[in-house]
Ligand binder design. Sequence first.
Ligand SMILES: Cc1cc2nc3c(=O)[nH]c(=O)nc-3n(C[C@H](O)[C@H](O)[C@H](O)COP(=O)(O)O)c2cc1C
Length: 227
Amino acid sequence: MAPVGALRRNMPGRLRGALTRRTAAQSSAEPPLREEASHPVDQFHRWLADATRSGESEPTAMALATSDAQGSPNVRMVLLKQADSRGFVFYTNLGSPKASELAGRPKAALCFYWGRLGRQVRVSGKVEPVTDEEADAYFSKRPRLSQLGAWASKQSKPMRGYYDLEKACASFALRYPVGAVPRPPFWSGYRVVPDRIEFWLQKPFRRHERIVHVLENGEWRQQWLFP
Ligand SMILES: Cc1cc2nc3c(=O)[nH]c(=O)nc-3n(C[C@H](O)[C@H](O)[C@H](O)COP(=O)(O)O)c2cc1C
């Protein structure tokens, strides 16, 4: 796969200009997609910071796609809690359908959409559990009511009515009335270790910009894609 810089250098000037022009929706002083992009996770952080500044209500919300033993896809929203060169981390209930699916097929895809900026980021790769130390450190920083909520929820299991959840929250509040709430053994995190990260930037008249970064032999390579 050719590096983006080389592809761009071979383009006619008019097209080159079209690729660098920014729409009014972009608020950052930086060009949104960079020709000589550094690590794609750095690019992701620039976009996440732009999304946060733009006033997106849940800039860290991402769709998480997994698949079950029959290969049927499942998708739901989760919150990104950490992103670095090791991967993209979220936390959840280990008894949930998503956790069972990840146990059987440890691969996932993520999709962020920031409508105010007209930007999408897609990430895919293998999935690994975070360490107990990482999960403990994150859980200990959560608000107490969220910690009790994690104990109370048998995520995605049927309940007779909302009262079941309220009763469970009350009983865990009694079990842990004061002091630190320990992390439930059935609650932890996963890291999506990316081998593909795609940036999509909305442009007028469907001339959107797309650059995909693919990990090949330990190196990130970039490729323009038709929109
Ligand atoms: C914006 C948003 C953020 C969410 N964040 C999380 C999260 O970080 N972890 C989580 O387990 N569920 C989160 N949920 C709930 C999930 O979408 C889903 O309902 C739940 O995890 C059960 O999914 P499952 O049955 O596929 O395992 C979030 C929902 C929304 C709408």
